[in-house]
Design a protein around this ligand. Structure first.
Ligand code: SF4
Ligand code: SF4
Length: 276
């Protein structure tokens, strides 16, 4: 089946450029240059994870943690609702750090075609993937205790889009550097092992309303879906993909890489998984 046109790379590029434009425009203010609209937006204001780390403080005091805005809470609620419907669309389509990892991964595939994304032994990889829940607990706990945005000093996303501002902590630069280097041999290493926001959204994959389903009656067991999955999910072994690591990139679907029509599709929860 012919691969259909995908808007995903365009959406990813748009949000990547937009995020960079926001931080660069903010920085230009220090040189008395004001970019209409963009200079008024801050990176914290457009980051939905800011809403997640603020929940405890907001519920107990009615205030946000340092630097967090109403817009972070609104974006958090919007993306939680989208995740309830379709899973981690934010990770697969919007997150600019995920996009950066993906672009580096494309280079890595060329440099290390045999080893790329296959280097970590499965047992170790499975355990490491729960690391992002540990990061989530640590970040939420220490943000609640201090009411400060401590994660900024460890956040590779903040480091990449603010590298020119002089505001980035060395720890964030080190984690960014490691993420970028590892992205050449592992697909989306930050997303898989450490991202606390991916951890939150990934939970919704287990009960999302529009699920990713494989029709085992038409599947020819070619395993192409497994090969293209950036998160190493064995799509060919499941009828409903509820994996907490799925980023809803839709690469495994029949519209993209599954060669059989109507075999991997997004379908409403419940009902028959496949036709006999
Ligand atoms: S390829 Fe499919 S299973 Fe893998 S992350 Fe993308 S949507 Fe999820
Ligand atoms: S790519 Fe499609 S046909 Fe091939 S194993 Fe996966 S679901 Fe089955």
């Amino acid at each position: 089946m012919k691969k259909q046109f995908s808007v995903r790379p365009i959406v990813q590029a748009f949000f990547f450029i937009f995020t960079f434009a926001v931080t660069f425009s903010k920085w230009l203010i220090s040189s008395n240059i004001v970019v209409p609209v963009l200079s008024k937006i801050s990176l914290h204001a457009i980051c939905p994870f800011g809403g997640v780390v603020s929940i405890y403080t907001f519920l107990t005091t009615g205030a946000y943690v340092q630097k967090i805005h109403d817009s972070s809470m609104i974006l958090m609620l919007i993306f939680l609702f989208v995740a309830l419907l379709f899973g981690s669309i934010f990770c697969g389509y919007i997150c600019p750090l995920g996009t950066l990892e993906e672009w580096l991964g494309k280079l890595g595939k060329r440099l290390f075609p045999k080893q790329f994304n296959k280097m970590i032994p499965k047992k170790i990889d499975t355990v490491l993937r729960y690391g992002r829940y540990l990061v989530l607990i640590i970040v939420v706990y220490f943000t609640a205790v201090t009411t400060k945005l401590l994660f900024q000093d460890w956040d590779p996303f903040y480091a990449f889009f603010n590298f020119f501002t002089g505001e980035v902590a060395i720890t964030a630069f080190i984690i960014l550097g490691l993420t970028m280097v590892l992205s050449l041999i592992i697909e989306r290493p930050w997303c898989k092992y450490l991202c606390p926001y991916g951890a939150v959204l990934g939970i919704f994959n287990t009960f999302r309303i529009f699920q990713l389903k494989r029709n085992s009656a038409t599947c020819i067991d070619c395993k192409k879906c497994d090969k293209v999955c950036p998160m190493n999910i064995e799509v060919s072994q499941k009828e409903v993909i509820r994996n907490h690591q799925c980023i809803s990139c839709h690469q495994c679907t029949s519209e993209q890489n599954c060669p059989v029509s109507d075999t991997v599709e997004i379908k409403l929860i419940g009902g028959k998984n496949h036709e006999a």
